[in-house]
Design a protein around this ligand. Structure first.
Ligand code: F6P
Length: 367
């Protein structure tokens, strides 16, 4: 028997289940010898006592390719290198390294290889585990599309579709009320979702982290959309967008083990800034799309990409290409070493063709 352990970690993402199904289908096609287990809630299932794993067989994965979320759950807190333990004496949380213990437990469980489906943070962790001797491969995951090793990540196109659907809805209410709508979308430190949705939805303004915005330029554009108080406009703002003289609108999270900067709410900032800069042509309303972008069914494109990643991940395990992550390099699905894949963000290039397209249709980036 050859045993693979699958883990999904970080924020959920449409297509995770399609990856899991791809791994299991391909493993079973190979031979009856392969068994696939899912660790519940990333590596927590291994680190918990008692252990919580789920057998992933053909029956378990039947029909899950179109389901959102992940059937083995996920978490973006803690992990084997920073396991939170509450110290009753000091009244504080402390973080302990349980990675060695986890690797030992995996050996005891007869796990031959691990497939880690996760974003940049998770794959950094994969590299550390690999250096400690774990046979592990990675599958990149994020709706933000911010990993430079792969042309696209699954989940991104679904998020763009959801954001575009939201713009389509806001356009009609904006026009009816002569209003300006500010739609805030996710993306962390990159503006991919905002940029693609702004083009697809025909937005007037798009504010992204890669191009700090000058609010007077935004107001200029908005004013051009109104005549004698009649008109409407749509602004798409990425959650990580910042003004030329300011920084990201971040809130510190008080969740135990959560290390990320928690973004959200920049739409209200932009709204205030626009009013303060003299925009008085029409009412402004703000919509924060939030986690709606991550929930629900993946669109067909993401199901295909996720399935390709799942099948390829099994093949990496079979060929013992450990320390590698699958990636999409059009038209191929390839493998790249973790060391090449991690820590390199995929930012929107302000001088790229897609930016020319956006500017060519009159979208203002506040610059
Ligand atoms: O990285 C994916 C993402 O959805 C970001 O776009 C967003 O900032 C973050 O995760 C939100 O994460 P959480 O699940 O902690 O709210």
């Amino acid at each position: 028997m050859k045993r693979i352990l699958v883990s999904t970690s970080g924020g959920d993402c449409p297509g995770l289940n399609a990856v899991i199904r791809g791994i299991v289908k391909r493993a079973h096609q190979e031979s009856e010898e392969w068994e696939v287990l899912g660790s519940i809630q990333a590596y927590n299932g291994i680190l918990w006592e008692p252990t919580e794993v789920k057998l992933l067989d053909e029956k378990t994965v039947a029909g899950i390719h179109y389901q959102g979320g992940t059937i083995i759950e996920t978490t973006n807190k803690g992990g084997p290198f920073a396991w939170p333990i509450f110290n009753k004496k000091t009244g504080k949380w402390e973080y302990v390294d349980r990675s060695e213990e986890m690797i030992r437990k995996l050996q005891y469980m007869g796990v031959d290889a691990v497939i880690s489906i996760g974003g940049d943070g998770s794959q950094k962790l994969s590299q550390k585990l690999f250096e400690q001797g774990l046979d592990i491969v990675g599958v990149p995951k994020t709706i933000d599309n911010d990993l430079s090793a792969t042309d696209f990540t699954f989940g991104f196109q679904t998020a763009v579709q959801i954001a575009t659907d939201a713009i389509d809805k806001l356009v009609t209410t904006a026009a009816s009320h002569n209003r300006t709508f500010i739609l805030e979308v996710m993306g962390r430190h990159t503006g991919w979702i905002a940029l693609h949705a702004a083009i697809a939805g025909g937005a007037d303004v798009c504010l992204i982290p890669e191009i700090p915005y000058d609010v007077t330029k935004v107001v200029q554009k908005l004013k051009s959309r109104y005549k004698k108080g009649r008109g409407s406009a749509i602004i798409v703002v990425a959650e990580g967008a910042k003004p030329i003289d300011g920084s990201e609108f971040a809130a510190v999270s008080n969740e135990v083990g959560y290390e990320n900067v928690r973004l959200g709410g920049v739409a209200y900032k932009v709204s205030d800034q626009i009013k303060a800069a003299g925009f008085d042509s029409g009412d402004i309303r703000e919509t924060i799309l939030g986690h709606l972008q991550r929930g629900g069914v993946p669109i067909a494109y993401d199901r295909v990409l996720a399935t390709q990643f799942g099948v390829k991940a099994f093949e990496l395990v079979k060929n013992k290409e450990f320390g590698h992550m699958v990636a999409y390099r059009h038209p191929d699905i390839v493998s790249v070493p973790f060391t090449e894949a991690i820590g390199k963000m995929n930012f929107v290039d302000p001088n790229s063709d897609i930016m020319d397209t956006a500017r060519g249709t009159g979208i203002c980036f506040g610059d």
